[in-house]
Write a protein of this length. Structure first.
Lengths: 263, 345
């Protein structure tokens, strides 16, 4: 026992160090923009020579950025509100159909998540152009819903597979129509998965840049689109400030949801 | 609410090439307790689910009273169902589970609560109203499921193997309790089970099913004593199917030319206990076993067929002295010898 202990401890230290290294590798690219955002310089420099909040002021004072922030939050909310109920109904029908039919529907529904983003954006551009939806918020929303549905399905399908369908039949026999059986029996029991799916759908929209670049007009640019364009046109630390804020918002949302699930 | 009769008219249901219900017709009286009995895959649960509205028949009709319910959605049928796994709602407590059908029917809150509490008392669950479902034992869950299915006074009750998850003692207690509840409420009840003892104990009539067809429908006693097919005879208990010619009449009259069914417990070893119109089976004793309340003997008939003979210990004078390999005769009274038309041994 005693001889084995240091060896064992060494192995544990090595394991923890390796894990910490991997975590650091994952985190560093995100964290490196944080000091940049507090720089007083006009350029992106690391490490900064002096610190200030001027780039945050710049962001909050800019009508363009504020409009983009508003657009992104509205889009994210609408995307989640549309994609999650749609995904839930689709998953219920796949769960009930079972077999090859369900597998076929599933592969169609999941296609947008495996298609390269550029291809999807080009395709959407032509479809939306035919409907005169290019440059509209509705057009971008359609694109984001298409992307968010598979994400929500991936969360909801396994949750439904564990759900005891007899409960729905029991509710139906006791007098519940479909809407009440879904709303009163399935939804309350899948609330954690539905919350995760909503969050994932919201973040999918919040994070999406390619479709936004193709479809959105200047007037209803999303945050990622504006960030991309401003990086191309004028590099100043505003973008670092935005990235930092963006990261804080996303981490906060994920943390709140995760902690609520735990309790 | 009045309980109603059920009419099932030539119902057919196939899944691909598998025929689950093959032209099933059945009349159930108002207030009757009818059991669908059969092995798994016999179609009994499919028939129950068709009545509940979860399986749509390919053809045929279902009537509740004189109303055609074949295409009526499940929530409009007013049928109480007890599922095999109970299907209680884990996110609601006991009271909310039982009050659920009343809430759906827009019964005022206070009244719904009172009716749910009364029903819980009827199934002997007083005091558990505020419990979580997860905190209940199997037997208590069973009672909640029962309460939830009767609280809205349905016109028909369907029960799908409701006792199969309980241990033996609890199962027997619940058999009597469910039957007593039925005698009190007089709701037309269709009960599905694969346990023939359960069916015999609980039912007014039993419909024995196999391969999607109803083999026989009759009172428990007639199903047991007068099975119409070999399948029913063997499914209901230890049945000996005796080929024509193996049995002779005790009084020497000409024996039946039909295949006979004689239950193991119908035999006697003493010809005097059986009338002259009874039958005698002669053969060699193969094995004998003492089972406490009775002796079980295996008799090899001269044709080679083996027959099970069960002699109650109280009447088994001489059983202990019998030795394997010796020649012996078993006698059965005419009333217990049943010819199965068309069957072969």
């Amino acid at each position: 026992m005693l001889e084995a202990y240091p060896q064992n401890r060494l192995a544990r230290i090595l394991l923890w160090s390796f894990a910490a290294l991997v975590m650091a590798f994952l985190m560093l690219p995100t964290l490196v923009v944080v000091p940049l955002s507090f720089s007083a310089s006009n350029l992106l420099e690391f490490p900064p020579h002096a610190y200030s909040l001027r780039w945050y002021e710049n962001f909050f004072g800019s009508a363009t950025w504020m409009a983009a922030l508003r657009t992104s939050l509205i889009l994210g909310t609408l995307t989640a509100l549309i994609a999650v109920p749609f995904a839930l109904l689709a998953c219920i029908s796949m769960n009930r159909l079972g077999g090859k039919t369900a597998a076929a529907i599933q592969s169609v529904l999941l296609t947008p998540s495996i298609t390269p983003g550029i291809l999807l954006a080009i395709g959407l551009f032509f479809v939306l152009a035919a409907q005169h939806l290019i440059g509209t918020l509705l057009g971008v929303l359609v694109g984001h819903v298409v992307l968010a549905v598979p994400v929500a399905c991936i969360v909801l399908l396994p949750a439904l597979a564990r759900f005891d369908w007899n409960q729905v039949q029991a509710a139906r026999s006791l007098g519940a129509n479909w809407a009440r059986a879904i709303g009163g029996i399935i939804v309350p029991q899948l609330r954690i998965s539905l919350l995760s799916a909503t969050l994932m759908a919201f973040l999918t929209s919040l994070d999406e840049s390619v479709i936004s670049i193709f479809i959105a007009s200047g007037r209803n640019s999303t945050m990622p689109k504006l960030m991309f364009l401003s990086l191309r046109d004028q590099i100043d630390p505003t973008i670092a400030a935005i990235s930092t804020l963006w990261t804080v918002i996303v981490v906060a949302v994920v943390l709140i949801v995760t902690l609520r699930q735990k309790s | 609410m009045k309980s109603l009769a059920i009419t099932i008219e030539s119902v057919h249901k196939a899944y691909g090439s598998y025929v689950a219900l093959d032209d099933v017709s059945l009349d159930i009286q108002a207030g009757e307790f009818l059991t669908l009995l059969g092995p798994s895959g016999s179609g009994k649960t499919t028939l129950l689910m068709a009545l509940a509205g979860f399986v749509r028949p390919d053809s045929g009709k279902l009537f509740l009273g004189d109303r055609d319910i074949t295409r009526l959605p499940p929530n409009k049928r007013d049928i109480g169902i007890v599922f095999q796994n109970y299907a209680l709602f884990p996110h609601m407590n006991v009271l909310a589970n039982v009050a659920y059908p009343l809430v759906l029917r827009k019964v005022p809150r206070a009244e719904a609560r009172q009716r749910a509490l009364d029903t819980l008392a009827r199934v002997k669950l007083d005091g558990l109203a505020e419990r979580n479902i997860a905190a209940l034992s199997g037997g208590q869950r069973q009672r909640v499921a029962l309460a939830r299915a009767i609280v809205f006074e349905p016109r028909v009750m369907l029960m799908d193997e409701p006792l199969s998850a309980l241990d033996k003692n609890l199962r027997e207690t619940m058999q009597y309790e469910i039957r007593r509840l039925h005698d009190h409420l007089r709701i037309t009840t269709i009960y599905v089970t694969h346990d023939q003892r359960e069916a015999l104990i609980m039912s007014d009539r039993i419909a024995v099913m196999n391969s999607g067809r109803i083999q026989q429908i009759d009172t428990p006693q007639r199903i047991y004593d007068r099975p119409s097919t070999r399948f029913v005879a063997e499914f209901m208990g230890e049945a000996n199917i005796v080929a024509p010619g193996s049995a002779r009449r005790i009084d020497g009259a000409e024996a039946s030319h039909e295949t006979l069914m004689i239950r193991a417990e119908s035999f006697h070893l003493d010809a005097k206990l059986v009338g002259g119109d009874g039958v005698a089976l002669e053969g060699i004793l193969r094995t004998k076993a003492f089972r406490g309340e009775n002796w079980l003997l295996t008799l090899a008939l001269d044709g080679g067929q083996e027959v099970l003979v069960c002699i109650p210990a109280a009447l088994a004078g001489g059983c202990a002295e019998l030795a394997a390999g010796q020649r012996m005769t078993a006698y059965a009274p005419a009333a217990k010898v049943h010819a199965i038309p068309g069957a072969t041994a």
